[in-house]
Ligand binder design. Structure first.
Ligand SMILES: [Cu+2]
Length: 222
């Protein structure tokens, strides 16, 4: 082999690597679109909880009796459950209260869209038992990271089983700083002075673009 042939090999390797990274970038975007996003998995968000309990058993007629709120969501639009990780709003510019009206907090103000309006339904959503100090766990398949989280818990006296959720029902109990991209993020929360049924309302401001998630988790303070 002539001497100059040796010099071509590294160039070929660089070209192959460039192509490979282009392909990986493309795959990464594709995964982001297809598999998407995330939610609070513990205490489980409304739609993640439905997916967890019924995703493998969605034709079971017992759902109506055992889990009426998931059943009404399933009847209204099965995608509320299948797309449990896709409840977000783009380009809200940090004006969460402007974008999300009272009574629509659990659909992120998306009551107009058929997919998520069932999340705002008032009734006996299944709860996760927690104590005053608990950890909120985000699972984010796309590893968007976070500019911040704001975690609110309803005030004692509010009853999510009979009253629509309004901003005035909420107390901000935790505001965080930034989180680096990761599939799993855990946030310690303290919400003393509560018992029984409550809603944990999480705003997750993702970092990859102006994308805000509005997440209701039904909890029982024990
Ligand atoms: Cu996303």
């Amino acid at each position: 082999m002539p001497r100059h042939e040796y010099a071509k090999a590294p160039r070929r390797a660089v070209r192959a690597l460039t192509l490979l990274s282009a392909v990986m970038l493309f795959l990464n975007c594709w995964v982001d679109i297809a598999a998407a996003h995330g939610s609070i998995v513990n205490p489980a968000s409304r739609n993640y909880g439905c997916w967890l309990r019924w995703g493998n058993d969605h034709l079971n007629p017992n759902m109506q009796q055992e889990d009426p709120m998931c059943w009404q969501a399933w009847q209204d639009n099965p995608n509320a459950m299948w797309n449990w990780n896709g409840l977000y709003r783009n380009n809200v510019g940090g004006n969460h209260q402007g974008a999300v009206p009272d009574g629509q907090l659990c659909s992120g103000g998306l009551a107009e869209s058929a997919r998520y309006r069932s999340m705002d339904a008032v009734g006996p959503w299944k709860m996760t038992n927690i104590g005053s100090n608990f950890t909120a766990q985000l699972y984010d398949q796309a590893s968007h990271g976070a500019d911040y989280f704001r975690i609110y818990v309803t005030r004692q006296g509010y009853d999510a089983a009979t009253q629509p959720l309004r901003w005035s029902n909420l107390e901000l109990v935790r505001q965080t700083g930034r989180y680096a991209p990761s599939q799993n993020i855990s946030i310690d929360v303290s919400a003393p002075g509560r018992s029984g049924r409550h809603v944990v309302f999480t705003i997750w401001q993702a970092s990859h673009m102006d994308q805000a998630y509005y997440i209701c988790s039904d909890v029982n303070f024990t």
